[in-house]
Design a protein around this ligand. Structure first.
Ligand code: GDP
Length: 424
C-alpha cells in the first residue's frame, strides 16, 4: 500500500482524528508531523470517547506504532498528562507503541506563558490563540533557541543549554512583558517532573521509519488543523505557526524520502472556524445557533463555541488544491438533516465582482458570500451505510460539492462513531 496523508482542507476540526482512527486498521504506523497539543482530535470507538491533543490517533489500535516526528511541538507536561489520561481509560501507551523523535524540539514552560502574555498585550487584536505556546515555540525553534528531545540523554550539556536559553528568555519576559523571570530551580524541577518522564519514548524515529519503509510497512501521516491555517498558505496572520500541508509530512515526520501518494482531505459538510480572523461564510443569530447545536460545535481543547457557516466552496477548492488532495472524506453530513434547504457558499463577491478564486488574505475582509440553496433531505441518515441508501437530495448535495471542488468524495460520515461511514 502507498503512503497516505490525512489532512484538513479547511480551518481544522473537520474530523481528521476519526478518519485516522478508522483507516489505521490497514496501517502499521501513524506519524504526527506538525503542530502541538493545541489539536483536539475526537475519536469515538469501541473503547470510548477520547480527545487526543498530541498523541497520534492510531493509539487505539494494538498493532499500530505511533510516532511524534521532529516537526511537532513536543510539550512534555501535556503529553505526559495525555498518556496518563489514556492509561486510566485502559489504553496502553508504551515505548513499543509510541516513539518520539530525538530531533523533536521541546515546548518549554515559557512558551505557554509568552503566548498568553502576547494575547493579553494584543487585547482586542489578539489572534485567538489556544495559548498552548505554539507560536512562541516555533519562533524559537526557527531562531535555533530550542532544546531537542534527544538532549535529555546528555544531562550536563542539557543543563548548560537550558540555563543559556532561560537567561536569554528572561530578558524578554522581564524587559518586554514585565513578567517574573524563570530560575534554575524552576527549570530543574521541570526537567525532573516533566521532561524526564517522556525519556523512555525518545529514540531515532528516522531510523525506525527508514527501516519500516524498507520492510514495506504502511505509513499514515496525520496532520493537525487545516489548509487555511497553514503558516504559508493560510489566512495570515490568523494561522497556526506550522505547515499543515501534506507536502510537509515527509520533512516533519523524519522520513524526508517518503513519497506521499494518497492525500485524503477531510472536509466538513458545512464550515466551522475557531478563533479570530476572516470567515466569509459565517452565519449569525439563531440560524448559527441551530447549526452549532446540531453539530455540537464547541472546541475540544478550549470548549469555545465554534463559528459556523455553510460549506464554503471557494475556500474548500483552494484547500484541496494546496493539499493536492487525491480524495475527500466528507464528514458530518448527518448534521444537515434538519435543514429544509442547504445553503452553500459558491463564490465570493469582492468590490461588486463575483469570484471563485480564494483571494489574498486581506481581501477576505471585504469579501461577501454568494449563497446558493440546495434541497434538503429532512431524514435521519445516521444509520445509512451504503451510498445508494442515502436520500436522493443528500446524494445530490455530495455530488454538487464533489463537482465544485474537483476531487472525488470517497468517504461520507454520518455520525461520530467509527462505523458511521459510507464508503463510495
Ligand atoms: P479533528 O480535529 O479534525 O479530528 O476534528 P474534531 O475532533 O475537532 O471535530 C470533529 C467532531 O465531530 C468530533 O467531535 C467528532 O466526534 C465529530 N464527528 C466526526 N464525524 C462526525 C459525523 O460524521 N457526524 C457527527 N454528528 N459528528 C462527527
Amino acid at each position: 500500500m502507498k503512503n497516505c496523508a490525512i489532512v484538513g482542507i479547511n480551518w481544522g476540526d473537520e474530523g481528521k482524528g476519526r478518519m485516522v482512527d478508522l483507516l489505521t486498521e490497514d496501517y502499521d504506523i501513524v506519524v504526527r508531523f506538525q503542530g502541538g497539543g493545541n489539536a483536539g482530535h475526537t475519536v469515538v470507538n469501541e473503547k470510548g470517547k477520547f480527545s487526543l491533543h498530541l498523541l497520534p490517533s492510531g493509539i487505539f489500535r494494538e498493532n499500530v506504532v505511533n510516532v511524534l516526528g521532529n516537526g511537532v511541538a513536543l510539550d512534555p507536561e501535556n503529553l505526559w498528562k495525555e498518556i496518563n489520561d489514556l492509561k486510566e481509560k485502559g489504553i496502553a501507551v508504551t515505548p513499543d507503541n509510541l516513539k518520539i523523535s530525538s530531533r523533536a524540539s521541546l515546548l518549554l514552560p515559557w512558551h505557554r506563558e509568552l503566548d498568553a502574555l502576547e494575547e493579553l498585550r494584543l487585547a482586542d487584536k489578539s489572534y485567538g490563540s489556544t495559548k498552548q505556546g505554539i507560536a512562541p515555540f516555533y519562533a524559537d525553534k526557527y531562531q535555533k533557541k530550542a532544546i531537542l528531545a534527544g538532549e535529555l540523554f546528555y544531562p550536563e550539556a542539557l543543563k548548560k543549554h537550558l540555563t543559556e536559553l532561560m537567561n536569554w528568555k528572561n530578558l524578554t519576559l522581564t524587559g518586554v512583558y514585565h513578567a517574573q523571570p524563570y530560575t534554575k530551580d524552576m527549570m530543574e524541577a521541570w526537567l525532573k517532573e516533566a521532561a524526564e518522564k517522556i525519556k523512555p519514548f525518545i529514540c531515532d524515529t528516522s531510523d525506525f521509519l527508514k527501516t519500516a519503509q524498507k520492510q514495506g510497512k504502511k505509513i499514515l501521516f496525520e496532520a493537525q488543523l487545516g489548509s487555511l491555517r497553514d503558516v504559508d498558505y493560510g489566512i495570515s496572520p490568523y494561522t497556526t505557526s506550522s505547515n499543515t500541508m501534506a507536502a510537509y509530512a515527509p520533512i516533519g515526520s523524519g522520513l524526508p524520502s517518503a513519497k506521499i501518494i494518497d492525500v485524503i482531505g477531510v472536509v466538513k459538510a458545512y464550515s466551522t472556524c475557531v478563533g479570530e480572523g476572516p470567515f466569509v461564510c459565517e452565519m449569525h443569530g439563531s440560524e448559527a445557533e441551530r447549526l452549532r447545536e446540531a453539530g455540537l460545535e464547541y472546541g475540544a481543547k478550549t470548549g469555545r463555541p465554534r463559528r459556523v457557516g455553510p460549506l464554503d466552496i471557494v475556500a474548500t477548492r483552494y484547500g484541496v488544491e494546496v493539499q493536492n488532495a487525491t480524495e475527500i472524506a466528507l464528514t458530518k453530513l448527518d448534521v444537515l438533516s434538519y435543514m429544509d434547504e442547504i445553503p452553500v457558499c459558491t463564490h465570493y463577491r469582492i468590490r461588486g465582482e463575483e469570484t471563485g478564486k480564494f483571494p489574498f488574505p486581506l481581501a477576505l475582509e471585504e469579501a461577501e458570500p454568494v449563497i446558493r440553496l440546495l434541497p434538503g433531505w429532512k431524514t435521519d441518515i445516521t444509520q445509512v451505510r451504503r451510498w445508494e441508501d442515502l436520500p436522493e437530495a443528500a446524494r445530490n448535495y455530495v455530488l454538487f460539492v464533489e463537482k465544485e471542488i474537483g476531487c472525488p468524495i470517497t468517504y461520507i460520515s454520518v455520525g461520530p462513531e467509527r462505523d458511521s461511514m459510507i464508503i463510495r
